[in-house]
Design a protein around this ligand. Structure first.
Ligand SMILES: [Zn+2]
Length: 252
């Protein structure tokens, strides 16, 4: 039985757990007796302070989220100079989670400790679509080909010359105006910006999931060849009115 790193056997499950405890501030291996029988007795009678260990783990998880830079709006954060960034600072995606998606320390949970949307019946496809949106993994221009300057990652579905990020798609892009009217016509304040929309997701996750699913489906349709986009034969005025322009299908 080799439980402590000093024994040279550090790859077993117990040794890994001891290393984890040590990492969290409780170094049980350091106090273990050297004699085998005594060591067995020591570990057999060990009472783990589970609450204390979980708190230490939570504090470790939370500490990067305390970075003040993450309080910035994500669009502001990316415009800030990168020099002087505090060590351990998270990136813009974490900033999006915090400011737009409500995913961070202090997020609202349901009565069983789950996210509210996990305790509500939601169409599975809608639910998956919302989860992917909240995790910022929709294939939006902002997330594609990170070698391009951010300013070049513009939305291909409207004339706004705006970066296609989650906020643009959810509440700004004119290509989805009709969907916004359909879903939020009665309560436009619920979709006035992405923070409002994701806040509303706590109150009515099914409605938000349905809206995001429709947006995703509409976007996918428009980006398909012949997917309902205005053709180049339409006048500039037509494009301007519709807010939709012809899509370049080549990857940029
Ligand atoms: Zn757009």
């Amino acid at each position: 039985m080799h439980l402590d790193p000093a024994s040279g056997h550090t790859d077993c499950w117990a040794a890994q757990m001891l290393r984890l405890f040590s990492n969290l501030g409780s170094d049980y291996a350091a106090h273990a007796p050297a004699a085998l029988e005594e060591k067995i007795t020591y570990y057999s009678n060990l009472h783990l302070p589970v609450r204390q260990l979980v708190s230490a783990l939570q504090a470790r998880y939370d500490s990067p989220w305390a970075d003040e830079r993450l309080r910035e709006d994500p669009r502001t954060l990316v415009s800030l100079p990168t020099s002087g960034r505090p060590a351990g600072a998270l990136g813009v995606k974490a900033c999006r989670y915090l400011n737009w998606m409500g995913i961070s320390r202090g997020h609202r949970m349901g009565k069983h400790g789950m996210h509210v949307h996990c305790g509500t019946y939601i169409n599975a496809a809608h639910h998956q679509c919302m989860l992917r949106f909240r995790l910022c993994v929709w294939p939006l221009e902002v997330s594609r080909n990170g070698q391009r300057p951010r300013a070049a990652r513009v939305c291909r579905l409207c004339n706004a010359n705006a970066v296609e990020d989650e906020a643009h798609v959810a509440s700004e892009c004119m290509a989805y105006s009709a969907l916004r009217e359909k879903h939020w016509g009665q309560n436009p304040e619920d979709c006035m910006d992405i923070a409002a929309l994701m806040q509303h997701a706590h109150d009515d996750p099914r409605a938000v999931a349905h809206y995001l699913f429709d947006v995703h489906s509409h976007r996918t349709r428009l980006l398909q060849p012949g997917g309902g986009l205005k053709s180049s034969s339409h006048s500039h005025k037509d494009h301007k009115c519709s807010g939709v322009r012809k899509v370049r299908m080549t990857r940029r």
